[in-house]
Every structure is written in C-alpha cells, then in structure tokens.
Design a protein around this ligand. Sequence first.
Ligand code: IMP
Ligand code: MG
Length: 174
Amino acid sequence: MNSQPKLQILFTRQEIKATVSRLAAEISEDYHDKCPLLIGILKGSFMFMADLIRLLDFPLEVEFIRLSSYGGGSQTSGKVKVVQGISSPIKGRNVLVIEDIVDTGLTTAFLLDYLKKKKPASLKLCALTDKPSRRQTPVTIDYLGFTVPNKFLVGYGLDWDEKFRNLPDICFLE
Ligand code: IMP
Ligand code: MG
C-alpha cells in the first residue's frame, strides 16, 4: 500500500466559484460580441473550462489542446510539444487560452508562440492560478484567478501523477 500524501485546502470550492464568476464577468465584458475560440490546455484545465463557459452567455467555441511538459510526478522536463492538436482554424479568430496554472511559464509561452504563428485576430491568456516564484520565462496573464505560493497544488483539475484531479477544492501537498 502507498502511503497517502497529506492534503491541505488552499482555496475552497466556494472561493473558486467566486473567482471563476469574477473571471467570467471580465471575459464577458471583453468578448461578448467577438465569438471567441477558447482553447483549454489538457488535461488540467477541463474543470475550470467547464465551470467558466457555463457563466459565459454569448456565442463562443471551445477547443482543447494537449501539450506535454511534465512526465510523471511533479518535475518538469522543460521541453514542450503538441501531443494532440486542434482542428478549428485559428486565423482571424479571437483566441483565449484557458490554463489551470502558470508555473515555470514554459508551457503557456510555447503555446502562445505556437498559436501566434497561426495569425489569430487576438490572442490572450486566462489562468486560474499563477505561481510567479517559479517563472523561468515571462508570460502575460490577461485574466488571472489566484496568485499562489510555491507549493504543489492538486484538485479542481490539477493532478499529482494523474491523481487528485477530481477534488472540488484546490489543495496543496504537504
Ligand atoms: P509550466 O510549463 O511550468 O508553467 O507548467 C505548466 C503545467 O505544469 C500546468 O499546466 C500543470 O499541468 C503543471 N503544473 C505546474 N505546477 C503544478 C502544480 O502545482 N500542480 C499540478 N500541476 C502543475
Ligand atoms: Mg496544465
């Protein structure tokens, strides 16, 4: 039997709900007449995306892209590549990338650069959490939920070795 790591709640489901509502209001203000293409980065953003778009009451489209940056556990390999791309055309679209966490910044910096080459009309980033203490490359986050301490977070889509994505609260591993 594996010993279970200890979890502490960092943000409760109520705090997450309030923050997602605040982000939805900001995004609605800017995108209500733009039929944006929201691109979620798999797998971590799936729960955030699902909650966020239910609060967006205007036409939009959703895509997901799968990138690889981490192997198992909590260490980054530093290299990012597209594992599963998107079929919708990007050119001329108002694209909003949806991410669970910006940590070193390598994943989002790579994706924003990759999408920019496809000539979107606009390209912005919405991240539920930001861990600025770990940044290796600068990333502009246009819509930010929470700034978080340098701890490994799980829950609300975030995993540790594929586990804990199903937790409704955002927790950290002790
Ligand atoms: P970055 O490329 O270092 O910015 O990391 C981006 C990806 O690493 C995120 O999309 C997450 O999937 C993963 N990641 C980074 N920090 C954490 C964490 O604290 N918990 C879970 N996943 C994380
Ligand atoms: Mg992720």
